[in-house]
Design a binder for this molecule. Structure first.
Ligand code: KIV
Length: 266
């Protein structure tokens, strides 16, 4: 009889934080990579709205629709056995609690997501969704859906006032019911402090070694992205003889605290 592994739950990820085991995460958008990432032992897959850039070729995540997210989330969740699956609520899909509820339900019921992620200090939305039994992942630091307000994809929280606000926002999201937090492009010292203050796991991307786990965009770590690879992303294909070997190398490097290095941090 074939052994089917039970998918990890948010409790498993929280237990990893508590025992100091680093959580590994990669973005995934289709069934083939989902199966490969799962086989490599990665703990969590994020069906990110970064697919607007990596899969659809747009210059930002803004054109991604909820239908796109449901389709890709379904492809990923069909093929995984163990990894925890988180899916992004795309731009404007959580502008109101009614929209957030409707769209989170689609990602979970039609897509098979175990958790939804949304950007910014949206305490009211997080609290409402959590109250409906929807596990929520917050996302602070660089918020790609706000690129037209930010003006550029740059490090956030460098000034003391911005760092204080981010710490307060992180605590506020936890208080509102978020069960996980992504920090993107944040100074390593600030991300370490936030990870230390929060009980919920903090997953960093360009946020240094002090986070409870790491996520990278798959195309960046395989060095097959369109355009320049961000400074915080390492090319794990270097020295690997297959895609599977590169993903295993990333998994091991994160688990052993060897990635990210200071060269991949701010
Ligand atoms: O959309 C995405 O892939 C993300 C990661 C960059 C964290 O949100």
């Amino acid at each position: 009889m074939t052994h089917i592994e039970k998918p990890l739950s948010i409790n498993d990820l929280t237990a990893m934080k508590q025992r100091g085991e680093k959580i590994t995460c990669l973005t995934a958008y289709d069934a083939s990579f989902s199966a490969l990432i799962d086989k490599a032992g990665i703990d969590m897959m994020l069906v990110g709205d970064s697919l607007g850039m990596t899969i659809q070729g747009h210059s930002s995540t803004l054109p991604v629709t909820i239908a796109d997210m449901v389709y890709h989330t379904r492809c990923v969740s069909h093929a995984r056995q163990r990894a925890f699956v988180v899916a992004d609520l795309p731009f404007m899909a959580y502008a109101t609690t009614a929209l957030a509820t409707e769209n989170a339900a689609k990602l979970m019921q039609q897509g098979g997501a175990q958790m939804v992620k949304l950007e910014g200090a949206r305490f009211e939305i997080v609290s409402f969704l959590a109250g409906q039994g929807v596990p929520v992942c917050g996302h602070l630091g660089l918020l790609p859906q706000s690129i037209n307000q930010l003006g550029s994809y740059s490090v956030q929280g460098k000034e003391p006032a911005a760092a204080d606000k981010m710490m307060k926002d992180a605590l506020g999201l936890q208080q509102a019911g978020a069960a996980l937090l992504v920090l993107e492009c944040v100074p390593a010292a600030l991300a370490t402090a936030i990870s230390g203050q929060l009980q919920i796991p903090v997953i960093g991307i360009g946020a240094g070694l002090g986070c409870d786990g790491q996520v990278l965009v798959l195309q960046d770590m395989l060095n097959i992205g369109i355009g320049k690879r961000p400074r915080f992303a390492k090319d794990f294909m270097q020295g690997a003889d297959s895609v599977e070997a590169a993903i295993c190398a990333y998994h091991l490097a994160v688990k052993q605290g060897q990635f990210p290095t200071s060269g991949h941090s701010f």
